[in-house]
Design a protein. Structure first.
Length: 291
């Protein structure tokens, strides 16, 4: 490795200037310049020698260097062409040895091509900008692509949404999807001064570990659709929001009568188990309609 000084904003700026590079706001780019924070976050991933990790948005490789030093095999997803060119140079030896490779382009479009039918044996890691964090995480979960471990650094408000409980202000369809497949645990909080350029808001590391006993679900895609529909208009009751999903001729009152859920409730007050129970009932109703 031939790395720049990741701890010094002035050194990083000089490196970028020398190579004709500039930070691109549209990609939400920030470098983590606190070495202790970097080490703490890497430890959350529980790296194992020879394990595979996908890193989203490596930038100039501050976290990548630690991942490789921990013995991991890294697949880096990067969209910025300037960073891509530098990563090839910085990690040339690791790339030649087959321990490092780059997937160029928008990770939201490229991640699916890199996996097989499952993410078994793969860890996911990244300092994710706000504009892709929720989309990428929700996309992998809804596609049933579950990683052995995930560690993300995201804006604090995104972290709050990931682990929010029913009736809390941050509880959303995203909260339900994350907690459906993973145990979500908060990690170190990071003030803006841990990054260069300084972001306007605080960040937080979050870990996802697959549930040891996954929730049973009769129809995963229907579950995802149901959750999104019920949260689509938060101030409306589940009775009103669910109507587009009901089979023709089945009233909301009749549907809810066998679910044990009060139809005047709002989605923000329902637990994960409630959404799963509604999915089972709706799946049964749809199946009976098709007979």
């Amino acid at each position: 490795m031939n790395c720049p000084d990741y701890n010094s904003p002035s050194a990083l700026k000089a490196f970028m200037d020398q190579n004709g590079m500039a930070m691109q706001k549209k990609f939400g780019q920030n470098f983590m310049v606190n070495p202790k924070a970097r080490a703490d976050i890497i430890s959350m991933l529980e790296p194992e020698e020879g394990a595979a990790v996908w890193e989203v948005g490596p930038g100039l490789g501050a976290m990548t260097s630690l991942l490789l030093s921990s013995g991991l095999s890294v697949t880096a997803f990067e969209i910025d062409r300037g960073f891509i060119a530098q990563l090839h140079t910085i990690f040339a030896d690791e790339e030649s040895a087959g321990r490092f490779r780059i997937v160029e382009g928008d990770v939201l479009k490229t991640w699916r091509q890199q996996g097989q039918d499952s993410a078994s044996g793969i860890k996911l890691f990244g300092n994710l900008p706000y504009n892709i964090a929720a989309t990428l995480i929700a996309d992998t979960i809804t596609k049933g692509f579950l990683f052995d471990k995930c560690v993300f650094t995201v804006q604090k408000e995104v972290a709050d949404r990931m682990r929010a409980n029913p009736s809390e202000k941050d509880y959303s369809s995203f909260s339900v999807l994350c907690q459906w497949r993973y145990d979500v645990k908060p990690g170190v909080e990071l003030a803006p001064g841990n990054f260069w350029p300084r972001p306007a808001v605080a960040s937080q590391a979050v870990s996802f570990t697959p549930k040891r006993t996954p929730y049973e679900c009769s129809n995963p895609q229907l579950f995802v659709n149901l959750v999104h529909v019920l949260f689509s208009q938060r101030r409306k009751t589940v009775r009103n929001n669910i109507k587009p999903l009901l089979p023709l001729g089945l009233s909301a009152e009749d549907f809810f009568s066998g679910t044990g859920i009060v139809p005047s409730e709002r989605a923000e007050n329902l637990a994960l188990e409630d959404f799963l129970r509604l999915t089972d009932s709706l799946n049964k109703a749809v199946s009976e309609e098709k007979r």
